[in-house]
Design a binder for this molecule. Structure first.
Ligand code: DGY
Length: 332
């Protein structure tokens, strides 16, 4: 008998066809209040779940007693109660790797846009305010040759380092739990303590996941260590930063600009003080949002889910202990 999969994200026709061939599928294509009700109604018989951007907590998971696997169409797993999933023996998978380069491109887009004031100055042209040659008050700052500081040297951090080192001749410094000799070798990068990085980098880029340990990592004390010419970039998660402290740092000129793809609360409220500041470039969480990458992520999630439901190990398991337990049971 086919297993029941609940999708809370619309997939391309090809992927839908693949899923339909192997599972009974319930599609909830919008998570508005009607969609949430349909999701709750579908959960009791669901064996697989696939989607993104929904907080899947114990309360929702308790509605799904038959659930075997959850496939997230994201690399970030901060929406999931991983401990509870593991306790319930539910396999969680995500989609790393396929989005690394695209997300690093977004990081670099924000670096260039903030340093060269692209959005602000393009608006000048668009609104008919370009009346004469621009002068120093509209000049930006160089990117090439400046020090790139990366907090969280995972896959995306490395892809950012690659762009900075090879593309823009930037010295790379980074902060992460461990020193990474391979990164030193490839990008001539140097490990720094967090305070050292904040003091030394021209561009301070966050690429680390949101966890209990990283929540609120960058606050008033950290902004105070940055220099007035520093530019702050966040492509990780909004909650890694104390947003009120960031706004204050921008208002006080403690840093020059910020490029933000993620926010404490998303979507960002239209009346957020961040949007009143010309030196902020804010994008709507577009890190991995290209046609090619979103399709690759969805394909990866479908592969992960179908493998898990077929009793095979998905390529990208988050809670490996669940797989180990299942395998131990299969072998006995
Ligand atoms: C991810 O995959 O985690 C991206 O931030 C999109 O949510």
């Amino acid at each position: 008998m086919k297993k029941h999969v609940v999708l809370y994200k619309k997939l391309s026709p090809g992927l839908m066809a693949r899923l339909h061939a192997q599972a009974e599928v319930t599609l909830i294509d919008k998570l508005d209040s009607d969609g949430l009700t349909r999701l709750r109604d579908a959960l009791p018989s669901a064996q697989g779940l696939l989607g993104a951007s929904l907080r899947l907590d114990a309360e929702l998971l308790d509605l799904a007693p038959n659930l075997e696997a959850v496939a997230s169409v994201s690399v970030g797993i901060d929406n999931y109660d991983v401990d509870y999933l593991s306790q319930r023996n539910i396999l969680l998978s995500n989609t790393p790797d396929v989005l690394t380069e695209t997300t690093a491109d977004t990081g670099f887009a924000l670096i260039l846009a903030t340093a060269r004031r692209v959005v602000e100055l393009a608006n000048l042209v668009r609104t008919g305010q370009w009346k004469q040659n621009i002068g120093p008050m509209h000049f930006g700052s160089d990117v090439h040759g400046k020090t790139l500081g990366i907090i969280g040297m995972g896959r995306i951090g490395e892809a950012l380092a690659q762009r900075g080192h090879f593309g823009f001749g930037m010295p790379v410094i980074y902060h992460s739990h461990s020193v990474k000799p391979a990164v030193h070798k490839r990008f001539n990068a140097q490990h720094r303590s967090l305070p050292q990085l904040l003091e030394q980098a021209d561009f301070i880029c966050l690429t680390l996941p949101l966890t209990a340990e990283t929540e609120g990592l960058i606050g008033a004390r950290e902004f105070a260590l940055m220099r007035p010419e520093s530019i702050f970039i966040n492509i990780s998660r909004g909650k890694v930063v104390d947003e009120a402290a960031l706004i204050e740092a921008l208002r006080q000129g403690q840093i020059r600009a910020a490029g933000l793809d993620v926010f404490e609360r998303e979507p960002l409220e239209h009346d957020s003080p961040l949007l009143q500041l010309n030196n902020v470039v804010a994008t709507p969480h577009i890190g991995s949002a290209t046609h090619e990458t979103r399709e690759a992520m969805a394909r990866c999630a479908v592969d992960n889910l179908l493998a898990a439901l077929a009793g095979e190990r998905p390529l990208n398991v988050v809670n490996g202990e669940v797989w180990d337990r299942r395998r131990a049971t299969m072998c006995t």
